[in-house]
Design a protein around this ligand. Structure first.
Ligand code: ADP
Length: 209
């Protein structure tokens, strides 16, 4: 099974990816945790370019292709073989982030992005996509709390994040694989909601739904 987590930065994705992966491993399932961009030697280098604060003159299409290149490598080198071997793959971000950030956020053609996403993911479709939703004001609070310096993507500004959030919400409306979870709930409450949806999905798969 292929599971993805989406959300704005600081929404709590990696926290929940870790909790779900722990629960899956404890239940005896073969589990693999990945992040996109990254997850391969090539992808981690592309990730470093994408997040580099010194590369502010990157064009929007360069950004789109770099994210997609990293994803293609991840799918071919890691995700497809792992799924084939019966491993549950949990990925921190996947192509919905490209639709939300490069499409809605940067304003690139959603049609073009749909095709590029399909090619980069080689037709792969997540069984569940958790969208952990926080308002943009909450990002700012959490960033301050963590005293984190912004990376290149995080320097894109409030309006960019507002548009990206709209994009995620729109995708979630269109596709039933999405589970939207209010990211302002406690880590434990979110963990429970994540697990509930996972169990529902497992039950459906067993029934062949
Ligand atoms: P992301 O991977 O989406 O950037 P993280 O999981 O790294 O998010 O979490 C970002 C910050 O928010 C961390 O400091 C984390 O401890 C905190 N955090 C995560 N989940 C919650 C939550 N439900 N409520 C409040 N703070 C949270």
């Amino acid at each position: 099974m292929f599971i993805t987590f989406e959300g704005l930065d600081f929404s709590g994705k990696s926290t929940q990816v870790g909790l779900l992966a722990d629960a899956l491993s404890r239940s005896g399932a073969k589990t693999l945790v990945l992040r996109d961009p990254g997850g391969t030697a090539i992808g981690e280098r592309i990730r470093a370019v994408l997040l580099d604060r010194e590369l502010l003159d990157m064009s929007d299409f360069t950004e789109l292709f770099l994210f997609s290149a990293s994803r293609s490598q991840l799918v071919q080198e890691i995700i497809k073989p792992a799924l084939h071997a019966g491993t549950i793959v949990v990925c921190d971000r996947f192509y919905d982030s490209t639709t939300a950030y490069q499409g809605w956020g940067r304003g690139l053609s959603l049609e073009a992005i749909k095709s590029i996403n399909r090619v980069a993911a080689d037709g792969l479709l997540p069984a569940i996509t958790y969208f952990i939703d926080i308002p943009v004001s909450e990002i700012e609070l959490r960033m301050k709390r963590q005293k984190a310096g912004a990376d290149r993507m995080e320097m894109s500004g409030r309006a960019f994040y507002e548009r990206a959030r709209e994009g995620f919400l729109q995708l979630a409306k269109e596709e039933p694989r999405f589970e939207v979870i209010d990211g302002r709930m406690s880590i434990e409450e979110i963990r429970q909601k994540v697990w509930n949806r996972f169990e529902r999905e497992m039950a459906n798969q067993r029934k062949g739904v």
